[in-house]
Write a protein that binds this ligand. Structure first.
Ligand code: T46
Length: 158
């Protein structure tokens, strides 16, 4: 796997983890939002300056019913956001688990490399958008949980 040695993220850590353990590497991100009175809102972010990576790919998941769980894998850095609806993101760094609810268009979730994630649709037709640091490459994924735990053990020795 080509995750490199970025584990764990060096800054912006929200989750403390247990004493003596390194923290899980995710961060909530406020997406800048401007209201034009009577006309709604415009939200935006820029890669490289606001995000800790240049954006190489955008993808989005739509047409998903409430109750559906997607994901079940780990891979590279990206920003997740939900411009419409309500999606729960379940995170796992091999030692700690955490949950983040994406339920507002101005809320983003930055994930560093090597976090296992699952996404639960709590509202039908919620849209999950992702700005990714890399082009799509299936070789960047760990899709087997036991393999992920083994990878974590090695990464935590760093
Ligand atoms: C993630 C969560 C939030 C492509 O061909 N190109 C792409 O850029 C992506 C992202 C996927 N695919 C293909 C691979 C599979 O054949 O689309 C199919 C569905 O992908 P996957 O099962 O990985 O989808 P999710 O919803 O489980 O996960 C996706 C991202 O893959 C993942 O990186 O963090 O959304």
């Amino acid at each position: 796997m080509r995750f490199g040695l970025t584990y764990p993220m060096k800054s912006g850590i929200l989750y403390g983890g247990k004493a003596g353990f390194k923290a899980m590497q995710y961060r909530l991100f406020d997406i800048r939002t401007i209201e034009t009175p009577g006309e709604g809102y415009l939200s935006f972010f820029e890669g490289g300056t606001e995000l800790p990576f240049e954006i190489k790919r955008i993808y989005y998941i739509h047409g998903t019913s409430a109750g559906v769980m997607r994901g079940g894998h780990a891979h590279r850095r990206q920003l997740l956001f939900c411009p419409y609806g309500r999606i729960r993101i379940l995170l796992d760094d091999g030692r700690e688990k955490a949950e983040v609810l994406l339920d507002s268009p101005d809320k983003g979730l930055l994930l560093d490399s090597g976090l296992w994630r699952e996404m639960l649709w709590e509202q039908s037709d919620s849209v999950l958008c992702v700005a990714a640091s890399e082009h799509y490459d299936e070789a960047d994924y760990i899709r087997d949980y036991d393999q992920f735990l083994n990878w974590c053990k090695e990464a935590h020795k760093e």
